[in-house]
Design a binder for this molecule. Sequence first.
Ligand SMILES: [Fe+2]
Ligand SMILES: [Fe+2]
Length: 164
Amino acid sequence: MLSQKLQAALNDQINAELASAYLYLAMAAHFEASNLVGSGRWMRRQAREEVTHAMKIFDFVHGRDGRVTLAAVAQPPAQFGSSVEAWEQVLKHEKGVTDRIHQLYALAVAENDYPTQTMLHWFIDEQVEEEKTATTILEQARMIGPSNSALYFLDRHLGKEAEG
Ligand SMILES: [Fe+2]
Ligand SMILES: [Fe+2]
């Protein structure tokens, strides 16, 4: 059975994953309002993935005879600035999530909860991927600079990627 402390931390992480989904959905709205539909599609897919992350922990808590309690989800910003600025926020956000996952893992170690540690291995690996992907896209957006025609092609590329 989960300790109360770990159960509370896992519930917090469910909330953080849902807040991530909400943030990416806000970014989808931001991009789509600027006709960057490919980037919008990428963000929609990301939002769906974040919901699956929340559900992984949701199922895990119940599998350990714990209790999921849902809190209010933070309101995301409505504006994210330029394409580069938006991708900077994605990378910063994912780095923050990585820190959270690492803290959660440290707590699972302190509480001698081995199943939670095993479950979190997936999230640790996932965050490596998330940061790698966000860094690549951010660097590509930086390469483009103020060129609208290059931005158009990056947007198309991201849209295709989100289809697959
Ligand atoms: Fe996530
Ligand atoms: Fe993420």
